[in-house]
Design a protein around this ligand. Structure first.
Ligand code: CO8
Length: 166
């Protein structure tokens, strides 16, 4: 089995049904959003919450934009990856076609936020999704919408998926 085939086989296994409340598996070990072995990554951990996915997450010193404030790209990365966990509930791989983020208030380094994402509608291959990032006092600090387009696992094979050990 090639490295690409090994990665794709791992993903197919992860698209099994996940019970409510279950921790959801990382997309792969080196995923920038959730991979446990990516030294630059966010190591996002998400779980199923009904038809949504939720996560509790704090950013660290690697993700600074303005001093003390999380870089907007880092926030977008984590939201994008949260949507990637939603795909386990949908039951099919998909990729981000369009991502929007409204930055409502500064996201602070070292502060824990709650993330929640859900599918708002589906039209053919298009999944319309939405997410929010909320502070512990209930303030919404960022909201997002995105369009994902479903793809076959061959999409990733065509892209030359790297070894899981890379
Ligand atoms: C396993 C999951 C891991 C998840 C990790 C976290 C998520 C990610 O980071 S994914 C990586 C980043 N994203 C990518 O690399 C995607 C790059 N883009 C692509 O590969 C292609 O554009 C792809 C596959 C999305 C779509 O290409 P293609 O199959 O040719 O579809 P295309 O016909 O252009 O569009 C598909 C549909 O979306 C619609 N669409 C396109 N853009 C938009 C948009 N901005 N808004 C709304 N709809 C849109 C099209 O109108 C079309 O609709 P319909 O099917 O009704 O005609």
């Amino acid at each position: 089995m090639t490295d690409a085939e090994a990665l794709l086989a791992t993903w197919e296994q992860k698209f099994r049904p996940h019970p409510d409340g279950a921790d959801l598996p990382a997309h792969h070990n080196h995923c920038l959003g959730c991979g446990p072995d990516n030294p630059h990554g966010h190591r996002l951990q998400a779980r199923r919450h009904g038809d949504s996915v939720v996560a509790s997450h704090s950013f660290d010193g690697r993700h600074v934009g303005a001093p003390g404030i999380v870089h907007g790209g880092a926030v977008a990365t984590v939201i994008d990856d949260l949507y990637g966990f939603l795909l386990y509930l949908v039951g099919t791989p998909a990729v981000t076609r369009r991502l929007t983020v409204d930055y409502l208030a500064p996201v602070l380094i070292g502060t824990t936020y709650r993330l929640e994402g859900s599918v708002t509608s589906r039209e053919g291959r298009k999944l319309f999704v939405a997410a929010s990032l909320t502070a512990s006092d209930g303030r919404s600090v960022a909201t997002s919408t995105a369009v994902f387009v479903t793809v076959g696992v061959d999409h990733f094979g065509r892209c030359g998926a790297p070894s899981v050990d890379d």
